[in-house]
Ligand binder design. Structure first.
Ligand SMILES: O=P(O)(O)OC[C@H]1O[C@H](OP(=O)(O)OP(=O)(O)O)[C@H](O)[C@@H]1O
Ligand code: HPA
Ligand SMILES: [Mg+2]
Length: 172
């Protein structure tokens, strides 16, 4: 039997996103931003973050998968859905639910540069450094988490738990 232990409540999540949204709005003041969400995990975070940003934004989604049904990265990132927004010449902010090994993010940043983005920065809901294997920069993070496999608020284990309103440590 696996057990769920709460790490972040709904209220803590909301507070951190408001704060990060304010910083992003300040940093991009006077500009326009393309928010690119990494599906599936970032679908809830994107909806909440976008509403805390006060500069004009366009929204796109890119489907990528590195984990499948496992709690370990497969080591390769597959595109499950091509980006649905033209980011040529745009300042892009990648919206990720979690940066763990960094493999998926590295792939996304390269993908967006290849698509002609003017600048690419990263906003992650969770920045988890325990398993970091790639040299990637997380410009904005709502929470730094030390360890463990996390689910809820968009994050899954084998497609389960994405709809939980908080973040939970999954003890397997
Ligand atoms: O830093 P990494 O070790 O690469 O892990 C982070 C990525 O893993 C998860 O995606 P996953 O492949 O599980 O797809 P999903 O978003 O559809 O769940 C998560 O949503 C991130 O995109
Ligand atoms: O801790 C995690 N939880 C869910 N998905 C993930 N993808 C990378 N790390 C994680
Ligand atoms: Mg997943």
């Amino acid at each position: 039997m696996s057990e769920l232990i709460e790490v972040l409540s709904k209220e803590e999540i909301a507070r951190s996103i408001t704060e990060v949204g304010e910083v992003i709005s300040h940093d991009y003041k006077g500009g326009k931003l393309a928010l690119v969400g990494a599906l599936k995990g970032a679908f809830i975070f994107m909806a909440d973050l976008a509403r805390e940003i006060t500069v004009p934004v366009q929204i796109g989604f890119l489907g990528v998968s590195s984990y499948g049904k496992s709690a370990e990265s497969s080591g390769t990132t597959t595109v499950t859905k091509e980006l649905d927004l033209d980011v040529t010449g745009m300042d892009v902010l990648v919206v990720e639910d979690i940066v763990d090994t960094g493999l998926t993010l590295k792939f996304i940043v390269n993908y967006l540069k290849d698509k002609g983005a003017r600048s690419v920065k990263v906003c992650a809901f969770l920045d988890k450094k325990e398993r970091r294997a790639m040299d990637v920069q997380v410009d904005y993070a709502c929470h730094e988490i030390l360890e463990g496999f996390l689910v809820g608020y968009g994050l899954d284990y084998a497609e389960d738990y994405r709809n939980l309103p908080g973040i939970y440590h999954l003890e397997m």
